[in-house]
Design a protein around this ligand. Structure first.
Ligand code: FHN
Length: 474
């Protein structure tokens, strides 16, 4: 008897093949995608199973915290240097005040672990060019702040010790470097950019040499003409890094092909190891992800990554974020939630509370997220299904309990529910009722739910009971 696991794996394969078959390589490319379909190695499988990450944006922009000269900057706090009210000269001196005396990497790691994060991404340097490590290739680094000490080494070590993988965010845009150009307008620009690329390559190698346990790079700031128009360089750079550090994971933001296409090459094939364009938005259906691995990154308020003293706009609740995390897993993606620590090295109270609340839910329900993916079932009205990869275990993450108290579960032919229970009450078997040829009702306790309820179903490959259902003669 063919088991459900095989059916689902076959469905996933078919999905990937359909996605691939739709693509025709009509344009000859030297620097397009180098792989068809997802990576299948153990490092990538590990990344895929982690599902939940923590993003950290930290740098000198935390000092003004979105305010300058008594005025509030309405943009993202880490972009304040580009605000007309903020003089560049003033911003570029801020590092002389960067002294996070309360920074305690072990506490950070513990807090992330308690939230349920399995990987973290830290901004080694953002667009302003400030390096959180004492780079030997730059002066604008932590070494020249009153703090003096490396931030990254102890962070990577502490997170790893807590069982959390570390990834390095790296901005290609560097507002501080004299050779960075947004576009090339003269031979002098071209020479400057050539020097800049050597600098980038040196810094990236330096990071890998210094922090060899990192699992990947998270590139950003790759949208300018100067970068997009040199697909050969970003292609070679990706290969260089992956040769230096086998297994390294790099998303689709780094590269452009030789025609300037980003993320997807000119033949619509994904470049890099996963789709990295889901920022503050998530796909809605499995068709939206085209069979590719992907990751979504999310802010807590509307668009703040670095620390902003005054959050404005809608601030997401723990339940909203849990729903996004589950939705991502249900569509074969990872979800990464951002935090912007304060200049002294502590987290704002709202973020601490959020981490605790998400953690409380993950503690009980995390198995519905880790190592799960698309369940192969129709999206229900009450929430999301996830499936433990390669098994007959399906999780129902219920975000809206129906007023009639019954969760409708529609299964494909010849599949039935062997048993079902709520994760918060593992000892209590739920009693699914067959209500039509292919649908069950699972009754749940009628009460006020303060967070999503998770029900586990063990499915089996077996003809359902016939029931007494008469087909309508229409
Ligand atoms: O401009 C940045 C922004 O500040 C932030 O770092 C985000 C994180 O994904 N990335 C850029 C915009 O895409």
């Amino acid at each position: 008897m063919m088991n459900l696991f095989k059916v689902c794996s076959a469905a996933a394969l078919l999905l990937a093949q359909v996605a691939t078959a739709q693509v025709k390589d009509t344009i000859p490319l030297q620097h397009g995608a180098h792989r068809i379909g997802n990576r299948t190695d153990a490092d990538m499988q590990r990344w895929r199973d982690l599902r939940f990450g923590q993003f950290i944006h930290w740098g000198v922009y935390a000092i003004p915290g979105g305010m300058w000269d008594g005025k509030v900057y309405n943009g993202a706090a880490e972009w304040i240097r580009s605000w007309k009210e903020m003089p560049h000269e003033a911003y570029d001196q801020l590092y002389k005040q960067f002294n996070p005396v309360k920074y305690n990497p072990a506490d950070w790691a513990q807090q992330a672990k308690n939230m349920g994060a399995k990987y973290m991404i830290i901004t080694t340097k953002h667009h302003d060019g400030f390096c959180l490590w004492p780079s030997k290739y730059a002066k604008y680094t932590i070494a020249n702040t009153p703090y003096k000490k490396d931030i990254l080494g102890p962070m990577v070590e502490a997170y790893n010790k807590a069982g959390i993988d570390a990834y390095l965010y790296f901005s290609i845009i560097d507002w501080n470097h004299p050779d960075w150009r947004t576009s090339i307008k003269s031979p002098a620009d071209s020479m400057a950019m050539a020097r800049f690329k050597v600098f980038v390559k040196n810094q990236l190698k330096e990071l890998l040499d210094r922090y060899p346990t990192v699992k990947g790079f998270w590139f950003d700031g790759t949208w300018d003409e100067s970068w997009k128009n040199d697909g050969a360089f970003s292609d070679e750079l990706e290969q260089y890094l992956q040769q230096l550090h086998p297994g390294l994971i790099i998303g689709s933001r780094l590269r452009a092909d030789e025609k300037g296409a980003r993320h997807f090459d000119s033949n619509s094939r994904l470049m890099g190891d996963y789709e990295q364009g889901w920022e503050r938005k998530l796909p809605n259906t499995i068709a939206d992800v085209h069979g590719n691995d992907w990751e979504g990154v999310m802010t807590v308020p509307e668009n703040q990554w670095g620390y902003h003293q005054q959050w404005f706009g809608h601030v997401k609740s723990a339940n909203e974020l849990i729903e996004m995390l589950v939705k991502s897993a249900s569509l074969n993606g990872n979800f990464v939630l951002n935090f912007g620590p304060k200049p002294d090295g502590t987290f704002r109270t709202e973020e601490q509370e959020l981490m605790r609340n998400i953690g409380r839910w993950m503690q009980v329900n995390g198995s519905a997220v880790y190592g799960t993916g698309y369940a192969g079932l129709e999206k229900p009205d009450w929430g999301y299904y996830t499936r433990k990869t390669g098994t007959d275990t399906v999780y129902m993450v219920v975000c809206n309990v129906p007023v009639n108290g019954n969760l409708r579960v529609k299964l494909p032919a010849k599949q039935s529910i062997a048993k079902a229970w709520a994760l918060e009450q593992p000892g209590v078997a739920l009693q699914p009722e067959l209500v039509s040829r292919d649908e069950y009702f699972i009754p749940v306790e009628q009460k006020v739910y303060t967070s999503p309820l998770v029900i586990v179903m063990k499915l089996e490959q077996q003809q359902r009971g016939q029931g007494n259902f008469e087909k309508a003669k229409t």
